[in-house]
Design a protein around this ligand. Structure first.
Ligand SMILES: C[S@@+](CC[C@H](N)C(=O)[O-])C[C@H]1O[C@@H](n2cnc3c(N)ncnc32)[C@H](O)[C@@H]1O
Length: 364
């Protein structure tokens, strides 16, 4: 897998079709986004007529889950009396499914694009780098994306999921995560206008390092190891198969903002932060209808959409062989999940963060 494939979601609209959990998680950030919009509106009112304002969406995937936050932003600005043209820029890594993104934003009945003088652009560049000109972004939004690291720092040899990394490998993930979070915030600190604000809904871990997905990811890991046992892939190939994510604790998230002189990122103030849990929508549906197979199929679709590219992209095999290996793994996961849905309940933890660039920050 090349570095720029790190974190890619399944293409062809698959991620959008299987991202109910992320949709629920992102929804938890909407109240913060509403407050961010209200917070920036007075500053925009002072801009000369016709000067556009930029809204940055960081980690847009196929766009389905971006429609509500961007509509919230557009409606909030307009109802706050802001008449300026609004440019929404959806950003993601270059290998993202931008075709689905553009179609979703153009064609969805829920699109924010029907509002006059609102425009949608996209940028294919990592959010760990600068994407926008200095002091140009009024509002930023990022949901369920910053747990994707810029790279796998070291392979986790016996598991696909970083929560199970131990010793020096665990330390390497923690260091990579801290460096990536600093890079993300440093880039946003440069890009935000003075007084601009951003909201991040970040996949979080509890202080013991657990994210809530341990049972599910262990089912995935067992299926990968079963493939080794069957001789379909080699032990060495399985060792390179990692999902390049790391869920930060709340302490990790807020450390760069520390006001006591230890801040690692200058020019940003943390306005609010809270932890929340994302109820398992798939399990709630199962409890209502008792359909184990429907639960297993929905959760496997969700899991496959965010893990297949990073796990199977590492296999130096033909596309057909990779597809067959992936089919076998996810079939096995689906079978396992259907045996006992309650055991695979996945209650993700999220950090809800709102931060601002100081009004008097230098913009040059
Ligand atoms: C789980 S999806 C979440 C998408 C969407 N915001 C949502 O709420 O459903 C994570 C997205 O982050 C993107 N991503 C991962 N690493 C990234 C990076 N370094 N820069 C920009 N986007 C990244 C992935 O490509 C993916 O589209």
């Amino acid at each position: 897998m090349t570095e720029d494939q790190t974190g890619t979601m399944e293409a062809g609209g698959e991620y959008s079709r299987h991202s109910l959990a992320q949709h629920s998680a992102g929804g938890l950030g909407l109240p913060l986004l509403g407050r961010a919009v209200a917070g920036v509106a007075p500053g925009v009112a002072a801009l000369p007529a016709g000067v556009p304002v930029f809204v940055g969406d960081f980690g847009a995937a196929g766009g389905r889950n971006e429609l509500t936050p961007m509509a919230t932003t557009v409606e909030g600005l307009r109802s706050g009396g802001i008449r300026a043209p609004i440019v929404v820029v959806h950003t993601d890594i270059a290998t993202n499914d931008f075709t689905t993104l553009f179609k979703t934003v153009e064609e969805s009945p829920d699109t924010y694009l029907r509002t006059p003088d609102v425009f949608a652009f996209a940028a294919g560049r990592s959010f760990y780098e600068r994407i926008f000109p200095r002091a140009s972004v009024l509002l930023g939004w990022s949901a369920i994306a910053v747990h994707w690291l810029s790279r796998v720092p070291e392979p986790i040899t016996d598991h696909v999921y970083s929560a199970f990394a131990t010793g020096s490998v665990r330390d390497a993930f923690a260091r990579q995560s801290a460096a990536d979070w600093d890079a993300f915030l440093t880039a946003r600190a440069a890009e935000l206008r003075p007084g601009g604000q951003a909201v991040v809904v970040g996949g979080m871990a509890l202080d013991d390092g657990t994210s809530g997905a341990e049972a599910l990811m262990t089912a995935l890991n067992s299926a990968v190891h079963a493939l080794v046992a069957s001789g379909s892939i080699t032990e060495a190939e399985s060792r390179a198969m990692n999902v390049p994510t790391w869920n930060r604790t709340m302490a990790d998230f807020i450390r760069p903002f520390e006001p006591d002189g230890t801040a690692t990122v200058a020019g940003l103030a943390l306005l609010e932060h809270a932890a929340a849990e994302v109820p398992d929508q798939y399990l709630l549906a199962y409890r209502a209808d008792g359909d184990k197979q429907a639960f297993a199929s929905a959760v496997t679709g969700f899991l496959r959409a965010f893990t297949e590219p990073s796990l199977f992209g590492t296999l130096d095999r033909s596309a057909l062989e990779r597809r067959r290996a992936a089919d076998a793994v996810y079939r096995s996961v689906e079978y396992t999940l259907a045996t006992d849905p309650e055991r695979y309940e996945t209650v993700w933890k999220v950090a809800l963060l709102r931060f601002a660039k100081a009004e008097d920050a230098p913009s040059g």
